[in-house]
Design a protein around this ligand. Structure first.
Ligand SMILES: C[S@@+](CC[C@H](N)C(=O)[O-])C[C@H]1O[C@@H](n2cnc3c(N)ncnc32)[C@H](O)[C@@H]1O
Length: 431
């Protein structure tokens, strides 16, 4: 981009305009970057190095970039393949960003994005390759939890990219075949906002209407078989669980391998869900150790109580992590939210330990943030394993950890969401 942005001449592009562009590098979010007469164009359905015709899909007043879909490939990348799914195309389903890319190259693109986020946000060069999740062969049929949207005439479908519009579909190739076997896509769902279908590790898929007529969504049992840890977990059908069938075991193995928790140690599992990592840590530190799990979702904490009952050293706290540490919430709720927060007493949860040997951190997409990282550092753990679904949030928190004296020792990345731009990272930090 030119140094003097104020004098830069930019093409006046409007929604529906079609132009030819050379496609530049991949960016975080499933699109590539191109330029047209000075204007930055975020292009979906294209690949770096291609020459394509794009149609503008979003052009906002005052925004220095436009969004566009590739509608014709003039010079194709060697990595381009025919998308297996008929709905992975401009104007159709917004779920899969990479169906037009060969699977090995999808992983190279994701590794590029992870490296770029660390370089830009944490000023670190990381050497990372994106590994397939064990058991994944073709990147299809892996999704064990799908929320189908319902259109105005009651058909189930998937949403368009950056839109609330529902595209009715008769298949979803990344979905577990048990999900399609429920007939959800042939059903009529008048009066529902959405239909959730969950295919647990064993047994039939479960269909949940949203909003559900039932007071509570049903629960399912997920079996996890890692290399040194085997357990079953009860999970709410609408609660959080890794969607790739191999992901939970892979992440537990990776976290345990990185932290090497020892008998008698104190561990913290933050954003603990139904207790996946807390259980593995509980087993590793044994009855003389201590594990405290912190999770805000009441359904997840209730399920965790049962899942963790057989590990005497594990305690699950129902709280937001920021509340548990007694730090202000990162409020998105505007001035009223801030007022409500000022009137709240910020007090550290009495059951949170004052020090910990190891910490697992698995926050939502927003990451942990500076205040939580500062609290973690005060616990003085010898090692922190950070499980991240957003490499940008991980890189931001890496910068805070680095400032506080924690080094990034290792980062692994997993293709837990093939055909999409999403990637899961597990990072190890040590003092
Ligand atoms: C990525 S999931 C990880 C769950 C669990 N570690 C697992 O692997 O199954 C993130 C979890 O954080 C919880 N969560 C979101 N914001 C939170 C907060 N501020 N404090 C505590 N938990 C939170 C969500 O309910 C969700 O269970």
């Amino acid at each position: 981009m030119s140094a003097d942005r104020s004098t830069e001449v930019q093409a006046d592009l409007r929604v529906g305009d079609e132009v030819e562009v050379e496609v530049g590098p991949i960016a975080h979010g499933g699109f590539c970057i191109a330029r047209h007469e000075g204007r930055v164009v975020f292009v979906r359905h294209a690949l770096p190095g291609e020459r394509v015709r794009v149609r503008v899909t979003e052009a906002r007043e005052g925004q220095r970039f436009v969004r566009a879909d590739c509608v014709e490939v003039l010079e194709a990348s060697e990595h381009r393949v025919t998308a297996p799914c008929p709905y992975a195309a401009p104007g159709l389903c917004g779920g899969c960003d990479f169906q037009h890319v060969g699977l090995p190259h999808q992983r190279e693109l994701k590794a590029t994005v992870v490296r770029e986020q660390f370089s830009r946000l944490a000023r670190l060069d990381v050497d990372v390759a994106v590994e397939p999740v064990p058991g994944d062969h073709d990147g299809l049929g892996w999704r064990t939890r799908v929320e189908f949207a319902v259109d105005e005439v009651g058909r189930a479908g998937l949403r368009q990219h950056r839109s609330h519009d529902v595209v009715p579909v008769d298949t979803c190739l990344i979905a577990d075949e048990r999900i399609l076997a429920t007939g959800v896509l042939r059903g009529h769902w008048d009066g529902e906002d959405a239909v959730d279908v969950v295919a647990p590790s064993q047994g039939e898929a479960v269909v949940v209407r949203v909003p559900s007529g039932e007071a509570e969504a049903p629960t399912v049992v997920e079996h996890v078989e890692g290399s040194s840890f085997v357990a079953d977990f009860e999970v709410g059908a609408r609660g959080f669980w890794q969607v790739h069938p191999g992901a939970a075991a892979t992440f537990v193995d990776t976290v345990l391998g990185m932290l090497a928790p020892r008998d008698g140690e104190t561990a913290l599992d933050l954003y603990s869900g139904v207790g996946l990592f807390a259980a593995a840590l509980g087993r590793a530190v044994g009855p003389d150790g201590k594990v405290v799990a912190v999770e805000s979702d009441p359904g997840a904490v209730a399920a965790a109580a049962g899942n963790l009952a057989k590990y005497p050293s594990v305690l699950a706290i129902r709280a937001r992590v920021d509340d548990a540490f007694g730090v202000p919430r990162a409020s998105k709720s505007g001035p009223n939210g801030r007022r409500a927060q000022r009137s709240r007493k910020l007090r550290r949860h009495p059951l949170l330990p004052l020090s910990a040997d190891v910490v697992v951190l698995d926050p939502p997409r927003t990451g942990a943030g500076k205040d939580i990282v500062a609290q973690l550092v005060r616990l003085s753990p010898r090692a922190i394993a950070y499980v991240a679904c957003d490499p940008a949030a991980l890189a931001r928190d890496t910068a805070y950890l680095k400032e506080s004296g924690y080094e990034l020792r290792e980062v692994r990345a997993f293709d837990a969401f093939p055909m999409t731009h999403h990637v899961e990272c597990v990072a190890l930090f040590e003092r």
